[in-house]
Design a protein around this ligand. Structure first.
Ligand code: DI6
Ligand code: FE
Length: 397
């Protein structure tokens, strides 16, 4: 006899994300026991359950995943936005000591409690759109204490809300002012002190490989150290220029390489070989008015999994809407609806190494569901600024 379920969502249309596309099941049902999916498929085969929820024909997708955010930060950069409207570039602002470093100053001055409190509205906006898993990076502290403060604040978000948080150490985000002219000295601090101290606080390590960030050699040191400590890696790569960061990340079996507007063929081949996810961030593309698009057709042809995320951050993507990221993925990058929905579910999970826990409707995974008031699943991607969420379930609740 089949295991009895605690809950059964019936009379639904499922986008399971199994197989290559959306994995649609008409007349479907999902059953969960103890917060885990025990059945997802045609309603005719569903087990009995203590509680039965009639979805009245609505669509169910996996709970959405935002796999790249800088949700924890203090202050905002509205003034910088105004300067950019007058023609100053992002790189000019960064080189003049503004940009990321102005957020560093504000974040250093904030307490851990203040960081949690200021991030919760952004998290709540994501949750309101059916997000059940959020990655949160450090990277605005840039001292041992301030990076750990950010990681602790990130983890505390999960205590205040029903959501899965993955914390990523991004100590190599910018060279802090006290190390100006001595990036290698700062990388020593990151490798010798901050990464070892972040064990137990971070789920992964990321870096910003860029002219205004860290060189490939410095990035390589950071990623090598992370892997030596048993932490998986990710990389901000090929956002503003091509330093061949994606190939470098792939050499370290990175979970993902992110941004990728300037990615080349060799980088694509390396990512395909290592199974590294391409996380595209159309909010940053839009907000910085980038003109070069990531090489979508070549990524697709090489079979590189594509994820989409908000990159929610005060400088280049002040956006806490995963549905808008999906819409922009379609409009700017011409991803298909199926690619967009997979990008904010299964491939987002892969970019976090969570593909065995969430991201699709399959037995054994967490019962993370989003139930939608749409008749056509394409509406999730097509509408701008709309929120058709009917209900969100995280780990069965
Ligand atoms: N790339 C980005 O888009 C963000 N960080 C990064 O490495 C921007 C962060 C900021 O400007 O505050
Ligand atoms: Fe980012």
């Amino acid at each position: 006899m089949a295991t009895p379920a605690d809950k059964l969502w019936r009379n639904a249309r499922l986008a399971t994300m199994t197989g290559d596309g959306l994995g649609v099941v008409e007349h479907g049902a999902v059953a969960a026991a103890g917060g885990t999916i025990i059945y997802a498929g045609p309603e005719s085969g569903a087990p009995d359950a203590a509680e039965i929820i009639d979805c009245q024909g609505r669509w169910i997708t996996p709970g959405l995943i935002d796999c790249h955010t800088h949700l924890i930060h203090a202050g905002n950069r509205a003034r910088e936005f105004e300067a950019r409207l007058e023609g100053t570039t992002y790189e000019q602002i960064a080189r003049a000591g503004g940009g990321i470093l102005s957020t560093v100053a504000a974040t250093r001055a904030a307490s851990e409690d203040e960081l949690v409190a200021s991030a919760l509205p952004r998290l709540d906006q994501l949750i309101s759109e059916g997000v059940t898993t959020v990655e949160v990076k450090s990277g605005y502290g840039l001292t041992l204490d301030d990076e750990l403060k950010m990681l602790r604040a990130a983890r505390r978000l999960a205590a205040g809300r029903d959501v899965r948080i993955r914390a990523t150490l991004l100590a190599a985000h910018a060279v802090p002012p006290e190390y100006r002219g001595d990036a290698d000295g700062y990388v020593d601090l990151v490798c010798n002190t901050i990464i070892p101290a972040a064990l137990g606080h971070a789920d992964a390590v990321d870096a910003f490989c860029e002219g205004i960030g860290f060189t490939p050699a410095q990035t390589d040191r950071v990623l090598t150290t992370a892997v030596a400590h048993g932490l998986p890696v990710k990389l901000h790569a090929e956002q503003l220029s091509n330093l061949r960061g994606a190939a470098l990340a792939a050499r370290h079996n990175a979970l993902s390489a992110d941004h990728l507007e300037h990615l080349d063929e060799a980088g694509i081949a390396a990512m395909a070989a290592s199974g590294t996810v391409a996380t595209l961030l159309p909010g940053a593309f839009y907000f910085t008015r980038e003109e070069r698009r990531p090489p979508i057709a070549a990524l697709r042809a090489a079979g590189v999994p594509i994820a989409l995320a908000t990159d929610c951050n005060p400088g280049t993507s002040p956006m806490a809407s995963i549905l808008l990221a999906a819409n922009m993925g379609a409009t700017f990058f011409r991803l298909t609806v199926a690619e967009c929905v997979r990008g904010i579910t299964l491939n987002g999970a892969r970019a976090l190494g969570l593909q065995h826990q969430t991201g699709s409707l399959e037995p054994g995974k967490a019962a993370d569901l989003a139930i939608w008031n749409v008749t056509d699943l394409a509406e999730l991607v097509y509408r701008i600024g709309a929120n058709p969420l009917h209900a969100r379930i995280h780990a069965g609740i």
